[in-house]
Design a protein around this ligand. Structure first.
Ligand code: SF4
Length: 475
């Protein structure tokens, strides 16, 4: 038996070196093994270099990608499974296409489990605020189902670029200082703060978005497995919410549905007919638009903002999501919907089964409107004239991305999208045919947080969920 020694449980480069050496030496899977750390007798830690003496063999790119995922699985025998596949690929080059093959199916299933663990990490990491020498440090404790920390940490670096954060796990820790991502040794739960002031925020959010009429406990357990509950502030509410679901559903059924406002929809459609860009300049790309917005002086908001923040996401996204304006974090980072508010949007979309990365996310107004209060910058709602001035940029984004569906979040966004501020609470849930896309108005997710009455919150949540599901259908 020959043994390849790997530096860590996720040492893909080490496994690849050893596996390549085994195969070049003609070592069959039955005589090859892999160990993490110092191995026993027959140590095989000096693998031949790649391409040594021209000794190479082709490996499909699909296998490398599969192996990079499978190696993060917590199963003990994953190294052996991968080497068995690598060995067989020498004689069966199309092996990965045989989905009924036991090894192939096994590897694909493990890769799927790893991908799911990464997705759950994106959805269920909850940062808690910790102060260090007056500076904010956001810390999260998380126990991923598989070893996906290093694979998933770049997502948080992109999404929360302006925050200093750490994600602590039993496998290791990821740290972002606003500039550089680094990794450290395993951590324990007591190294993370137990709770903070936004704990109540998550509880209120979850309680107000919990839909008793759609309660399916089995599905809920699948989507939010119990293993993640310990880190979720909102999880403590679940037993009570489930227990009261039947009573709340009956109250919702007894509430009459609002009448659709056909007249307003017709007026809006007419108002948006024949809309065209003003002035001579028309940006030919999103990059050009992003640069040009920095020189915009159409309204006074540029004066106090750090920079203009344009939309980001898929270039030809079928879905465009329009919010109000950049906030403090967005203004500093130059990216829309990052910071704690971005977490709320991500959670709501994930709950509805919509992948934010497939959408183009932007705002009706591109510069941050605020007033200083001490060291803080307090958000101010843009005026109608400011939103109207900034519609030129939103229109330009619409023309470049050409979304099929536009989801408008809140009244300011509706004004930017439609050119008129409709009563969003009456119009939401209706598909509005615009010249370039179908628009759907809904409330801003933060609105759900401001409803003190649980019954009203449940009704609003029902409608919000229906709006997001309708987006899926329209797509
Ligand atoms: Fe121009 Fe919009 Fe900025 Fe006003 S908010 S200066 S219209 S980009």
């Amino acid at each position: 038996m020959r043994v390849g020694v790997l530096e860590s449980e996720t040492d893909f480069a080490g496994w690849r070196r050893a596996a390549r050496a085994f195969r070049l030496a003609g070592t069959p899977p039955a005589d090859a093994a892999f160990r993490v750390g110092e191995g026993g007798g027959g140590l095989f830690d000096e693998a031949p270099p790649v391409g040594d003496g021209g000794a190479q063999f082709p490996v499909p790119r699909a296998f490398v990608e599969l192996a990079e995922a499978v190696i993060l699985h917590r199963s003990e025998d994953r190294f052996d499974l991968l080497y068995r596949l690598l060995w067989r690929l020498g004689r069966e080059p199309d092996l990965l296409r045989v989905l009924s093959d036991r090894d192939v199916a096994d590897a694909l299933e493990r890769a799927k489990n790893v991908s799911r663990a990464s997705h759950k990490m994106k959805a269920f990491v909850r940062f808690r605020l910790s102060e260090e020498e007056g500076a904010e440090h956001w810390i999260s404790w998380f126990e991923p189902a598989h070893r996906v920390l290093e694979r998933t940490a770049p997502f948080f670096a992109r999404r929360f670029a302006t925050m200093r954060w750490s994600i602590l796990t039993p496998d290791g820790a990821a740290h972002w200082d606003g500039d550089r991502l680094s990794f450290g040794p395993p951590a324990t739960r007591d190294m993370a703060p137990a709770e903070d002031e936004i704990e109540d925020f998550w509880k209120t959010y979850y309680a107000s978005t919990f839909n008793p009429a759609r309660l399916k406990t089995r599905t809920m357990r699948g989507e939010m497995p119990k293993r993640y509950w310990a880190n979720l502030p909102e999880a403590s509410l679940i037993p009570d919410l489930v227990a009261s679901a039947a009573t709340r559903s009956e109250a919702m059924i007894a509430t009459p549905a609002p009448e659709p406002n056909a007249r307003l929809a017709k007026t809006l459609s007419r108002l948006n007919r024949d809309r065209a860009f003003e002035e001579g300049f028309t940006p030919s790309s999103l990059e050009e638009l992003g640069q040009a917005v920095q020189a915009c002086r159409r309204c006074p908001l540029w004066r106090d903002a750090t920079q203009g923040v344009c939309g980001q996401g898929a270039r030809k996204a079928r879905l465009m999501i329009v919010g109000e304006q950049p906030g403090d974090h967005e203004d500093l980072s130059g990216r829309p919907f990052v910071g704690p508010a971005g977490q709320v949007l991500d959670a709501a979309l994930a709950e509805a089964g919509i992948d934010r990365d497939d959408a183009f996310v932007t705002n009706a107004v591109k510069h941050f409107k605020h007033v200083p209060r001490g060291k803080r910058r307090i958000h101010q709602t843009p005026t109608t004239s400011e939103v109207t001035a900034c519609r030129w940029w939103l229109d330009a984004e619409r023309a470049l991305v050409r979304p099929r569906v536009i989801l408008s979040l809140g009244g300011t966004a509706a004004l930017g999208v439609l050119g008129q501020k409709p009563a969003v609470t009456r119009m939401r849930g209706q598909a509005l045919a615009l010249p370039d896309a179908t628009a759907l108005l809904t409330i801003h997710p933060s609105y759900l947080l401001r409803l003190p009455d649980p019954e009203a919150a449940a009704r609003e949540r029902e409608r919000f969920f229906a709006d997001l599901k309708m987006v899926q259908r329209l797509l």
